[in-house]
Structure formats: C-alpha cells, structure tokens
Design a protein around this ligand. Structure first.
Ligand code: GDP
Length: 478
C-alpha cells in the first residue's frame, strides 16, 4: 500500500465522500484509491443525491453496456432502423477532437448529460488515448466496441455532416411533430458549431432528442454550464450540485483516474522531486501565440505575479549562492509547459542567487515536448501525468484560457491565480488574479434564448453562471 503521508486515511476519505464505488479491484487501478494520499483531501463533499445517482448510473451501465444482451439488441435496432421505445437502454457516444484538456472536459459534460437523461456514456477511444485512464464504472467498460456499426461515419463526422441534428433542423428534416424519429442522430458540439447545432441547448429540442436511442456526439467543449440554463434539468441539477462550483471537481475525480502506467510516472516523479518540500507551487505556462507572447514579457509577468501574490520569494541578483542552501522553508516549483526556457531561466535564478527571505526554492519541469502532438499516445501520457502533478500542488498559477490548467485546478479543488492574456508588447495589468471559481470556463456558450427566440447574454440569466475571468465571452459556474 502506497501511502505517501504515512498515515492510513479513513475509508470514507479514500472513497472521496462516497463519490467512488468501493467495489473495484484495487490493483487494476492503483490511482483510484491512492490519489487521496497525494492530493490534499478535498473539503468539498458530494451531495448524497449525487452519490446515489452515480450508484444508479453504474447499475444502468451494467445492464446496458457493451457485452450485454441489451446492448446487442439496441445495436440491432439501430442498424435496422427500428425505434424500440420500450427499451431502458439509451446511449450517448462521445467522439474525440482536440487536446487532452478539451477532451476531458467534454467527456465530463457528456457524462453529466448522460446522467440527466438516463443514458449510458460510451467513449470512442482513439489509439492516442489508449491506456490513459482506468475504467470509471465497476465491472463494465465505457469504451465503444470497435465493431460499432458506424465507425466509418464517425471518423468523417464534421460540422457540415448532413445527418447531424443541426443540419437536419436547418433542412427541416426533423421537428417536434416528426412521426418516425430516427434510431440514431449525430450531435455536433465543437467550437465551430453553428446556431442550429446549438439548439441542442433548448428544452423543446431535448424533448425530440429524448426519444432517440443513440446520440452520437462529437465535442471538444466544456458545454456543461449551459445545461444549467435548461429548465428541464434545473431541479435535478439543484439536487445533484447544491454548490455549483463543485461540478467538475466531483465529476472529474469520479471519472478520470490515471492508468497504472501513467500513475507510475506521476508517483515516481512526485516522490523524487516534490514530496519533501514544505510547499509546492505549480505554474502552468501555455503559450497559444508565440508572437503576441514574447518570452521575456511572459517571464516578467510570471515573476511579477508570484511576487505580488507572495507565492514565491524574490532573489537578490547582486549576490551569488556560495555555500549550499540555507535552512529556510523549502518550496518546490513545478513548471509545466511545452517550452523549456521558462523552467531554465527560473531554475537558474533560484540556483544561483539567494532569496531575500531565506526560503529555498527548487524548480522542476517533468517534460519538454516543445510542440503539441495530440495524436501521439506517449505525448498524451506525459500531458496527463503533468495535469495530475499540477493537481497535487498546494498553490496553482495557470495560463488564461487553457483547458489543460482547468482540469488540474478542478481535480485539485483549487482556485488558481490566472495569468491574464498578454497583448502584443504589453504585460496585462493586473498581471494575474485569483479565479472566482475552480470551475472550468465554457469557451463557446450559445447566445440564444430558446423561448424568446432572440439573442441573449447567457451569463446574465441565472445567479451562478457568469462570464469567465480569463475569457470574457465564456461562461463559468461559481
Ligand atoms: P489547451 O489547448 O491549453 O486548452 O489544452 P489541451 O490539453 O486541450 O491541448 C494542449 C495539448 O498540448 C495538451 O493536451 C498536450 O498535448 C500539450 N501540452 C500543452 N501544455 C503542455 C504541458 O505543459 N505539458 C505537456 N506534457 N503537454 C502540454
């Protein structure tokens, strides 16, 4: 048993307040019950209603998941076009697009949608995602079987696909009075979706979708905040999440457990470099556009933020360290970035010069991938390992607009300091600020009031949904 804090946690702690089912084989997924020893135990308890809903979901997944008779029958009906409304098994198939952070957030959104609509979630796991996660549901798989009949269509499914719900609405091929509803339908919920695709967020459209057994959803968005705007889900969501800031914190820790392979990367790195420090600071540096974020400017922004917010001590550049480190409080800084230069600069700064307050600061970076390779499995394993390492830090500084950072803050239950977006040749003022909530930002919310049929600012409708503090056009629960 791997207990980094040396003490045995209570079992209810280990189950994250009932979030996790106890009936898994431990060695299949060491991280599931061990994460608690690395991440500070969360003070945020899931509602009993959420816990019972998850247990119910697990039973449904057991009855309807791949390898069951019900699944086979549902597939047969889908292929033959027979819409069996008596079957209790209905599905959401999630299809990947974009980087790992985006994928994780959109899977969490698809799962909440599945919970709300009593569907079973199946993931089309591309090879680049293999071996990243443990199976989240006991005695069942969430992976879409490779012999799923529409694999070829799935791989070609884009915004302009004629059989998507949005395009069928546009061409008047489906509406509330359609008699013969199809057995399956494609939903396009990606950042370049259009007005008709977004009608997914309307209650009246959900009444149509409710009767379609197979929904095949392509998404790279954390669209879950918009489900809170729909009156058909309102009551249920209130019971599931009395505290709206905790949605991803709970769902994320329920769904996403690093595989044993990735867990080994995480724990060995943590023990080697981070475990002994008295405080751990994670700094996530995501450069979206090199030209508008020159190195020195971003470096100045980071140091100005860590100084202003008293996260890290300043150094005396006039002096050099001659003797080995003093006895001050030790801090470990974990930098995650595709680029190595921030780490090199900061590491040397703290290695060569003494700090003004006597603290000893050591700087680390686990990988230097230089460019994004979303289609490569090993690259994604490293990214997933680093997201988890970040989630174990005591303090987090993240880059505005990065889903990579959102996942870390959500899993860790931390409100980070956000490094605001840099404009060309100008450091933002203020340089950073404390996030108003640990929830991820939904980057592409709809701007349509389904009942009034006109544009609306969806961040002004309910008290717990606002514009994001890192991207003003996005929306965020708090
Ligand atoms: P976003 O683009 O920042 O919202 O985050 P995503 O995770 O969706 O996509 C960025 C991808 O780039 C990640 O999934 C990684 O593949 C890679 N990447 C970005 N930053 C890092 C980093 O700090 N470490 C590693 N290992 N990979 C990174």
């Amino acid at each position: 048993e791997d207990e980094i804090n040396g003490e045995n946690q209570l079992s209810s702690d280990k189950l994250l307040g009932g979030l996790l089912a106890p009936n898994f084989t431990k060695r299949d997924c060491l991280s599931r019950y061990q994460s608690i020893s690395y991440r500070k135990s969360s003070p945020y308890v899931p509602s009993l209603y959420l816990v019972s809903k998850l247990r119910e979901y697990e039973k449904l997944h057991n009855r309807c998941g791949p390898d069951t008779e019900s699944y086979k029958n549902s597939i047969k009906d889908m292929v033959s076009g027979q819409n069996d409304s008596s079957s209790e098994c209905r599905y959401v198939v999630w299809i990947a697009r974009a980087g790992l952070g985006n994928r994780i957030l959109s899977i969490a959104s698809a799962f909440l949608y599945a919970l709300l609509t009593n569907r079973v979630l199946l993931i089309d796991e591309e090879p680049e995602m293999a071996n990243l996660f443990c199976e989240p549901f006991p005695n069942a798989t969430w992976l879409l079987p490779k012999d799923f009949p529409f694999m070829y269509r799935i791989s070609r499914f884009k915004q302009n696909y004629a059989k998507s719900y949005g395009n069928m609405l546009k061409k008047n091929k489906i509406n509330a009075s359609t008699d013969l509803l199809p057995t399956h339908l494609y939903l396009y919920l990606c950042n370049d979706y259009d007005h008709h695709d977004k009608l997914f967020f309307c209650d009246q459209d959900q009444t149509i979708l409710r009767n379609i057994p197979w929904l095949i959803m392509k998404s790279n968005l954390y669209f879950l905040p918009s489900l809170f705007l729909m009156s058909s889900f309102e009551e249920e969501l209130d019971k599931l999440f009395p505290d709206k800031e905790m949605v991803f914190h709970h769902l994320g820790r329920y769904l996403f457990h690093p595989s044993n392979q990735v867990w080994k990367l995480i724990t060995s790195y943590y023990k080697k470099y981070l475990a002994d420090a008295e405080e751990r600071v994670g700094i996530q540096i995501r450069i979206f556009h090199k030209n508008s974020s020159p190195f020195q400017q971003v470096m100045d922004q980071i140091l100005s933020c860590t100084d202003k917010e008293k996260l890290l001590p300043q150094v005396d550049m006039e002096k050099s360290i001659v003797a080995p480190f003093g006895k001050g409080k030790s801090k470990a800084v974990l930098i995650t970035s595709l680029i190595p230069s921030y780490y090199e600069k900061m590491k040397n700064m703290y290695l060569k010069h003494p700090t003004l307050n006597g603290e000893v600061v050591a700087v680390y970076q686990a990988s230097h991938e230089v460019t994004q390779h979303t289609m490569k499995n090993v690259h994604n394993q490293k990214a997933w390992a680093e997201i988890n390492l970040l989630s174990m830090m005591d303090v987090l500084v993240t880059s505005a607009g990065s889903t990579f950072g959102y996942v870390a803050q959500g899993l860790g239950g931390k409100r980070p300091w956000i490094l605001y977006k840099t404009e060309t040749q100008k450091i933002p003022d203020p340089v950073c600020g404390r996030a108003m909530s640990m929830e991820p930002c939904f980057h592409c919310p709809q701007v349509y009031d389904c009942k009034a049929k006109r544009e609306v600012d969806t961040a002004t409708i309910i008290p717990y949904l606002r514009h994001c503090d890192d991207l003003y056009w996005g929306t965020k629960l708090f």
